[in-house]
Design a protein around this ligand. Structure first.
Ligand SMILES: O=C(O)CCC(=O)C(=O)O
Length: 282
């Protein structure tokens, strides 16, 4: 595993970082082909609202739609950075493709944790990534990002912050942009005549936060059965800190798929559970 300390630092200081060309070409090709297959088979069309755009096609809940997607949430370098922000036992929050076609205008600038009603800055609840399946350029709609905005205090989301200075996350195909959930950002405008910018929004949340897409019901049980225990845990089938998400004191992953049982909070020695609590509250 390469040393990622520079990226951990950038994520902490600037609120984002780019892992250049971390995904190999063969996997990028397979993912891109599958995005195109699904857009056709599922007859996806632009959402037509201010957030999703009118020339942008999104396909959601990708883990339910093909085996190749199982490789995305567990990408080791991305996951190391995400866990550096969210801590262990973080979760897949959502997994979607975003194809920005010519004619799309800038997406509204937003932060991905803005729906959480908690005063800012706060303990990280969300940390997200964007995989570039095509080159991302300023002209074809590369993500725009506001450096340092993860530190802002209670920003006003109702203002339309188009006068804010943004950095353009240009990156080569196979690269991954990782940003903190509080970092303001948005998709760019696609001013090219023929290029579609294709990205994968691989979003994670802390283990104590509700996932954006319901992984438990959205992924059919027979599909979940083919996942590794690591991926099932990322989908939220383990217990967080030996407690949250249990069914009669067992994890769903253990009950349904025979994954190793989690250590239960009830069985931890009290000093250990106090340590967990102090870690949680910083
Ligand atoms: O497409 C992009 O570059 C960003 C999309 C985004 O931030 C979102 O939809 O939440």
């Amino acid at each position: 595993m390469p040393d990622l300390s520079k990226h951990h630092r950038e994520l902490e200081e600037n609120g984002y970082t780019i892992l250049e060309r971390v995904v190999d070409d063969a996997l990028v090709d397979r993912l891109l082909a599958d995005v195109r297959r699904l857009e056709g088979e599922l007859a996806r069309s632009p959402g037509g609202n201010r957030f999703e755009g009118s020339h942008t096609t999104r396909t959601y809940n990708l883990l339910a739609h093909g085996e190749v997607w199982q490789q995305v949430p567990v990408q080791p370098q991305v996951l190391e950075l995400i866990e550096g922000v969210l801590g262990p036992q973080c979760l897949v929050s959502s997994l979607a493709s975003i194809s920005i076609a010519p004619g799309e205008t800038k997406q509204v600038i937003h932060s991905d944790d803005q729906i959480h009603p908690i005063a800012k800055p706060h303990v990280p609840t969300v940390c997200n990534s964007m995989w570039a399946l095509t080159d991302f350029t300023e002209a074809n709609g590369a993500t725009r990002i506001v450096p340092g905005s993860h530190r802002w205090q209670n920003p006003d989301y109702m203002a339309d912050p188009e006068d804010i200075d943004t950095a353009c996350a240009e990156m080569a195909r196979g690269s991954v942009l990782v940003w903190q959930g509080s970092t303001w950002h948005g998709g760019g405008a696609n001013t090219t005549s023929a290029e579609v910018r294709v990205g994968i929004a691989m979003n994670y949340c802390a283990g104590f936060i509700r996932q954006q897409e319901n992984q438990h019901l959205g992924i059919p049980p027979e599909v979940m059965a083919g996942f590794t225990p690591e991926l099932r845990a990322l989908c939220g089938l383990d217990m967080y800190r030996g407690l949250t998400g249990n069914i009669d004191k067992q994890s769903p992953a253990h009950l349904l798929y025979g994954d190793p049982p989690d250590t239960q909070l009830w069985d931890m020695d009290p000093l250990n559970s106090e340590r967990l609590n102090s870690e949680a509250t910083g």
